[in-house]
Design a binder for this molecule. Structure first.
Ligand code: KG4
Ligand code: ZN
Length: 353
C-alpha cells in the first residue's frame, strides 16, 4: 500500500510517499516558509496560504519522483483536513481532492494532530493503547491513544501551548523565530539555576498545563535586567536554560500524573511524545528518565518527524484506509478539530504561578 501525504496547515509545505513495508518513508519533502515569515516575527496566514499554493504542485511531483512512482502506483491520497490556518488547509485539501477525483483514488482527510499522534507507529510500531504527550506550537495535550480515530484527552493547556511559550520566550530574549530551536541552542551555555522561574500547576492534581504565568515571570525578569536589548550573551543563555528547564519540569510533572491516570484505565502502556517541541533534546532526556522510573517503554520519533511533515499525514492516512475510514469529496476543511470531541473546555480558574 502506498499513500501520498500532503501537509499545508501551518508554515511548512510538505509532501511524502509512505508505504506499509519498511523502509516505510519512500520520500519526504518539507519546504519551510520561515524566510518569508521571519520579517514579521511570526506566521502571517495569508503569506502562508499563497506560498503553499505556489509550491505544493512542485513538491508533490518531487515526492513522487523521489519515490520512483507515478500517480498510478498510489493507493490513496491523504491530506491535513485541519486544524490549522484555514487558507493553507484549503489549498492542501483542494489539491488532494482534485488528484483523488482525477485518479479515482481514496481520499483521506487527516486530523493534523492524529498525524503527530500516530508517528510513533510509523517509526516504532508502538502498539495501542499508549499515553501520548502532544506538544507543538498550538497544542499541549496528554491523550490516551486507544486506536485509530480513538482518543481520550487526559489533560490540556488552560492558556498557552508549550511551543508558544518557547516562541514567545525567544522573542523576549531577542532570539527570533521559531523560538524552540533558538532557545535550545542558547541554553547549551546557560545556567538554569541563575534565575528562579515558576513551574505553574506543578504538584497540583490532574493533568492540565499552564504556561502564561511562566511567560509573565520571564518578561518581568527581563525587564528587571533592563529589557531585551540590555541582556548580555550570558544573561540570554541563562534565561534560555531557565525557561527550557521550567517548561520541561512542568511537562514531566503533568505527564507523571497522566501515567498514573492512564494506568488506572488501561493498565501499563508505553509513553510516546510527539509534536515540534518533542524535538527538544533536554525534554526527550527527561521523559526517557520518567518512563524508566515508571518501568514503561518510551518512544520519541526522530526530530525531523516531530516537526510538521508529510510522512506523518501519509501514515495516518494509511492507517485510516486500512481501518476503512475513507472520506467523501465533500469534506469541508476544519480550522478547529479536537481529537477528543467529548473533552470539556479547560479553564484556568484558580491558577497561580
Ligand atoms: O508540530 P510543529 O512543527 O507545528 C505545529 O503543529 O504547531 O511545532 C512547532 C513548535 C514551535 O513552537 C517550535 O518553537 C517548537 O515546535 N519546536 C521546539 C523545538 N523545535 C521546534 N521547541 C523546543 N525545542 C526544539 N528543539
Ligand atoms: Zn504540527
Amino acid at each position: 500500500m502506498l499513500i501520498l501525504g500532503i501537509e499545508t496547515s501551518c508554515d511548512e509545505t510538505a509532501a511524502a510517499v509512505v508505504g506499509e513495508d519498511r523502509p516505510r518513508i519512500r520520500a519526504s519533502l518539507v519546504l519551510s516558509q520561515l524566510a518569508e515569515h521571519r520579517p514579521f516575527g511570526g506566521i502571517v496566514p495569508e503569506i502562508a496560504a499563497r506560498s503553499h499554493l505556489a509550491h505544493l504542485d512542485r513538491l508533490a511531483r518531487g515526492a513522487l519522483a523521489e519515490a520512483g512512482i507515478g500517480f498510478a502506483a498510489l493507493d490513496g491520497i491523504a491530506v491535513t483536513g485541519g486544524p490549522g490556518l484555514i487558507g493553507g488547509v484549503m489549498v492542501g485539501v483542494m489539491f488532494a481532492k482534485a488528484i483523488a477525483l482525477a485518479r479515482k483514488l481514496p481520499f483521506l482527510a487527516v486530523n493534523h494532530l492524529e498525524g503527530h499522534a500516530l508517528t510513533a507507529r510509523l517509526t516504532d510500531d508502538v502498539p495501542f493503547p499508549y499515553l501520548l504527550l502532544l506538544v507543538s506550537g498550538g497544542h499541549c495535550q496528554l491523550l490516551a491513544v486507544e486506536g485509530v480515530g480513538r482518543y481520550r484527552r487526559l489533560g490540556t493547556t488552560v492558556d498557552d501551548a508549550a511551543g508558544e511559550c518557547f516562541d514567545k520566550g525567544a522573542k523576549l530574549l531577542g532570539l527570533g523565530f521559531p523560538g524552540g530551536p533558538a532557545i535550545e541552542s542558547a541554553a547549551q551555555d546557560g545556567d538554569a539555576q541563575r534565575f528562579p522561574l515558576p513551574r505553574p500547576l506543578k504538584g497540583r492534581p490532574g493533568c492540565n498545563f499552564s504556561f502564561s504565568g511562566l511567560k509573565t515571570a520571564l518578561r518581568e525578569t527581563v525587564a528587571a535586567l533592563g529589557g531585551t536589548t540590555a541582556l548580555s550573551r550570558q544573561d540570554v543563555a541563562d534565561l534560555a536554560a531557565g525557561l527550557q528547564a521550567a517548561i520541561g519540569d512542568c511537562l514531566v510533572d503533568r505527564t507523571a500524573h497522566a501515567i498514573a491516570e492512564f494506568r488506572r484505565q488501561h493498565g501499563s502502556g508505553p509513553l510516546v511524545v510527539a509534536g515540534g517541541v518533542a524535538a527538544n533534546r533536554t525534554l526527550r532526556a527527561a521523559l526517557t528518565t520518567l518512563a524508566s522510573e515508571h518501568g514503561i517503554p518510551f518512544a520519541a520519533p526522530p526530530p525531523a518527524l516531530c516537526t510538521d511533515n508529510g510522512a506523518m499525514i501519509a501514515w495516518a492516512g494509511l492507517e485510516r484506509l486500512r481501518a476503512g475510514l475513507e472520506d467523501a469529496l465533500d469534506f469541508a476543511p476544519r480550522p478547529r478539530w479536537p481529537l477528543d470531541p467529548t473533552a470539556p473546555r479547560a479553564t484556568g480558574a484558580g491558577i497561580k504561578a
